[in-house]
Ligand binder design. Structure first.
Ligand SMILES: CC(C)(COP(=O)(O)OP(=O)(O)OC[C@H]1O[C@@H](n2cnc3c(N)ncnc32)[C@H](O)[C@@H]1OP(=O)(O)O)[C@@H](O)C(=O)NCCC(=O)NCCS
Length: 163
């Protein structure tokens, strides 16, 4: 696989799995029925950067995507935020690990000095362990801040690392 900047032409390949992840309602604080135009605007934020992980065989298959944007405006803009979505059909083969390594390097090169995740669902154990393996700390957990469809109210982790 290789990782490159996304273009608007990548959206049709991203949307089907992003839609399914959002519809599952287990990992993102988005409306589960977010329409396509709002999803695209949320992922391709002005001032942000979107990456895709692309398979070599078959060439060009989008396996997953990540986006980087300033966590705050103005005086808070040196702290990045990022989002990650991997096509469930390609889960467990290191796509998110490769995307995260690339995102950290790219954010550092773009001048960000830290990265913060505001709302990591505490039951998303795969993601929490992955971010911790990259040096992110859980600074706090907002109790019962996420209404999980099967687990009920669960916490949201605020995770952070310097770059
Ligand atoms: C969470 C997510 C990004 C992980 O993507 P992925 O490409 O499957 O992850 P990777 O294959 O890179 O594996 C990352 C780690 O997860 C763990 N993992 C992998 N497959 C797993 C499985 N089936 N069950 C449990 N843990 C697993 C491993 O510890 C792995 O670490 P390793 O590299 O040391 O083995 C992906 O499942 C996803 O998009 N989920 C929905 C959206 C989401 O949760 N985004 C993150 C929001 S904070």
């Amino acid at each position: 696989m290789h990782i490159r900047d996304a273009t608007p032409d990548d959206w049709p390949a991203i949307w089907p799995f992003l839609r399914d992840i959002v519809a599952a309602g287990e990992t993102y604080c988005w409306d589960r029925d977010t329409p396509e135009d709002r999803a695209r605007a949320t992922w391709f934020k002005p001032g942000g950067r979107v990456l895709v992980a692309v398979d070599e065989d078959p060439a060009g298959t989008v396996l997953g995507t990540a986006e980087i944007h300033p966590n705050q405006a103005g005086a808070g803009a040196h702290v990045a935020n990022a989002g990650f979505m991997v096509d469930p059909r390609h889960a467990g083969r290191g796509v998110a690990r490769a995307l995260c390594a690339h995102v950290l390097d790219r954010a550092r090169a773009d001048g960000y000095r830290a990265m913060q995740f505001n709302a990591v669902v505490e039951t998303n154990h795969r993601a929490v362990a992955l971010w911790q393996s990259f040096g992110f700390d859980v600074l706090a957990t907002v109790p019962a801040a996420f209404d999980h469809p099967t687990e009920g109210p669960v916490g949201l982790h605020l995770m952070h690392r310097t770059l």
